[in-house]
Design a protein around this ligand. Structure first.
Ligand code: 6PG
Length: 478
């Protein structure tokens, strides 16, 4: 190690940490890398092909000593206890004003707690969402930092240089106070779950319903990616269907993959918090539910023997139906983003994040998993109306949704007729139909609650009055 101090420290030389270190070094910033497994940090420094400087350090105190002051260390360690352990190990070697940034998928409440802990020692803490997987980390992720703005300014140049760029604009911005960055990343992942579920439903309908092969599906998704569904997730879906199995080179790998989806939990966190804040996010809920249901593989196999569906394949105008699926997927995606942004709006108010929705849409346009052509009109919608109640109320989106809603209805009906589960499509349609309903049957729910629990109700003709009726006196009343 030389005496020249490094610009930033990075703890965790795994896939994400290693690639981010290479990315930062490639942009001219010197990076001191520490990993509890010292060999990993050494190996990273050895294979550093970025053209920049990466210094491997073997001890936490060496990491602290190798950084210019005030120090900044970015943690890329697994969420949970490893983050707490890393912070506890760093604090004794840190001074006032030094900064720790947690770049993992931490729960926002942990980020709040850690921020307070660091503040007790007059140190700075930021929670930063990092999206884009391995290649994003190396070539440019979307970065979602939150916390004290003074902390952001400290590392702004490094983050801006390392982030993805869209039309020269870096996909990073200081999002807000406290855990704003990790909250935005959590909702990003919730949206990611919702979009993946919708795409998997189009796959299911085309595979089981229409009997289409992986090769045919690759073509469909590649075509869709060239149109208004243009997005990273549609693009990789096309690649996936094209990929051949190494053991069976004439067959697609996808057909050998077990139909059981794993999850680390960020989608579930999104649904949980949305429920806590009373914000409906049915597309995220449906996606979490389907991942859970996919896990019941053995039970599903047994149930398949006992429970019967309609048992027929589609025999109509396939090309026309695929068009409906494309439009339905588009509307479903709009619903999913609309729910995500509605949640962010409420969270920003409840947790005092001060989020700017246009900025969130802007930094999601590149680098991250949910990057999509759709984010341009979303950004425009929030630029025109920063306090927009719901994306569906934007002129562009209401027009698009109105024009395509018939296809969403067709997709839901088609799935029901074929016996293919499509909770993402159904959730999208129900959200649309409920949101556009000036009247909902919630009056009956109020009456039922009042009947069995004396919970009172409001009347339409008597604003502000909360009444209770003895409903069981129905005989006398009628
Ligand atoms: C990203 C991804 C990333 C990761 C998730 C997957 O933005 O780069 O969202 O954070 O792939 O951890 O989450 P699940 O394991 O819950 O699907």
């Amino acid at each position: 190690m030389t005496d020249k101090k490094c610009d930033i420290g990075l703890e965790g030389a795994g896939v994400m940490g290693g690639n981010l270190a290479l990315n930062m070094a490639g942009h001219g910033f010197s990076v001191a890398v520490y990993d509890v497994d010292a060999a990993k940090a050494r190996e990273l420094a050895q294979r550093n092909e970025s053209g920049g400087r990466i210094v491997a350090v073997g001890q936490v105190q060496e990491l602290a000593a190798s950084l210019r002051r005030p120090r900044a260390v970015l943690l890329l360690v697994p969420a949970g206890k490893p983050v707490d352990d890393a912070i506890s190990a760093l604090i004794p070697h840190f001074d006032k004003s030094d900064l720790i940034i947690d770049g993992g998928n931490s729960h926002f409440t942990d980020t709040n707690r850690r921020g307070k802990l660091m503040a007790q020692s007059d140190m700075l803490f930021m929670g930063m969402g990092v999206s884009g997987g391995e290649s994003g980390a190396r070539r440019g992720p979307s970065l979602m930092p939150g916390g004290p703005s003074v902390a952001y300014e400290r590392v702004r140049k490094i983050l801006e240089a390392s982030a993805a760029r869209v039309n020269g604009d870096p996909c990073v911005a200081h999002l807000g106070a406290g855990s704003a960055g990790h909250y935005v990343k959590m909702v990003h992942n919730g949206i990611e779950y919702g979009l993946m579920q919708l795409i998997s439903e189009t796959y299911d309908i085309m595979k089981r319903g229409f009997g289409m092969s992986a090769g045919e599906l690759a073509e469909i998704y590649s075509k869709w990616n060239g149109e208004e569904l243009n997005s990273y997730l549609i693009e990789i879906t096309s690649d996936i269907f094209r990929y051949k199995d190494e053991k069976n080179p004439s067959l697609a790998l996808i057909d050998f993959i077990l139909d059981k989806a794993r999850q680390k939990g960020t989608g579930k966190w999104t649904s949980w918090d949305a429920m806590d804040l009373d914000v409906p996010t049915p597309n995220v809920d449906a996606a979490v539910m389907m991942r859970n249901l996919s896990g019941f593989l053995d039970e599903r196999k047994k149930a398949a023997e006992v429970l019967h569906g309609p048992g027929h394949r589609f025999d109509g105008d396939q090309a026309g139906e695929i068009e409906h699926l494309r439009n339905a997927c588009y509307v479903g995606m709009v619903m999913t983003y609309a729910q995500g942004f509605a949640l962010l709006k409420e969270a920003s108010k409840s947790y005092e994040y001060g989020l700017d929705m246009e900025t969130v849409a802007r930094i999601w346009r590149g680098g991250c998993i949910i990057r999509a052509g759709l984010l341009d009109p979303i950004r425009t919608a929030f630029r025109k109306a920063p306090n927009l109640a719901n994306l569906l109320m934007d002129e562009y989106f209401s027009r698009e949704v109105n024009a395509r809603q018939k296809s969403l209805r067709m997709a839901v009906a088609m799935a029901a007729e074929l016996g293919v589960p499509a909770p993402g499509f159904s959730a999208s349609l129900a959200y649309l139909d409920a949101y556009r309903s000036a009247w909902l049957p919630a009056n009956l729910i109020q009456a039922q609650r009042d009947y069995f629990g004396a919970h009172t109700y409001e009347r339409k003709d008597m604003p502000g009055k909360f009444l209770h009726t003895v409903w069981s006196m129905v005989e006398e009343n009628t």
